[in-house]
Write a new protein. Structure first.
Length: 254
């Protein structure tokens, strides 16, 4: 099953489109777990309306703002995903490009030795068209390479369970407020190696750059600081086969 984890800041204008694009998917074996941070707007009410009593969509409103990393951690936990279920990440101000987006993800994960996938998106900003290339086949260090592990990001739940929760924290020991994508993808890409990661070149998602509250516009300093911190962290060792235990994978010592 696909477990769709949706994080919402202030996105009252777009959450309806996001959930409508999900409900129209040709692939039906999914559940969505929406987390809404309280930002003084109507995102929560619009999400309830857009869900339209669809039993597959579960919406939670936080009492205070937790930001993206904590919301991802909590959303995955609420999903009660089985080890072999696939986690799919989508933001509440973005939406799926076409009705077969989830079908393509499901087919990708059905292929042999696929543990996770990334790509692809296009945006509504002409300066950032999207459709980034894949990582090179011979890559050995994702943390020093140009960041390419972008949306749509998906992975097997058992792989997520091997991440040390300390890697979700910033220098001060608090949950990262931004760049949760790097915090989650670096360890899992390192454990998977490029052999078990699939790049999806076809656009699956519209990356909405028109939201004035986009983190790239309002939290750019935090993004830069946290990205540097995560790139400096020790790497994970590759794992040879799925291992359904909770002990974090050992790191490469630097």
């Amino acid at each position: 099953m696909l477990k769709i984890i949706i994080n919402c800041g202030p996105c009252e204008e777009w959450i309806g489109h996001c959930l409508s694009s999900l409900r129209s998917q040709s692939y039906r074996n999914w559940q969505a777990f929406v987390t809404v941070d309280p930002c003084g707007d109507l995102t929560y009410q619009r999400a309830i309306d857009a869900a339209s009593h669809d039993a597959r969509i579960h919406i939670t409103r936080n009492e205070r703002r937790h930001y993206s990393m904590r919301n991802l951690v909590d959303g995955v936990a609420r999903s009660k995903a089985a080890p072999d279920d696939v986690i799919v990440v989508l933001d509440g101000d973005d939406w799926l490009m076409h009705d077969d987006a989830l079908l393509l993800i499901a087919r990708t994960h059905a292929s042999r030795d696929c543990w996770m996938s990334y790509g692809s998106w296009i945006s509504n900003d002409p300066d950032t068209p999207g459709c980034w290339p894949p990582y090179p086949d011979d890559i050995t260090n994702f943390r020093t390479h140009r960041w390419l592990g972008t949306a749509m990001r998906t992975w097997k739940k058992w792989l997520w369970d091997l991440i040390d929760p300390a890697d979700f924290l910033d220098r001060r020991g608090q949950y990262l407020r931004v760049v949760e994508d790097l915090a989650s993808m670096f360890p899992m890409m390192e454990m998977s190696t490029v052999r078990r990661i699939r790049h999806i070149p076809e656009p699956l998602m519209l990356y909405n750059r028109t939201n004035p509250n986009c983190t790239m516009q309002v939290m750019s300093d935090d993004m830069e600081e946290n990205a540097l911190w995560l790139r400096s962290r020790p790497r994970y060792r590759a794992v040879d086969a799925p291992s359904f235990h909770e002990k974090p994978a050992p790191r490469v010592l630097r």
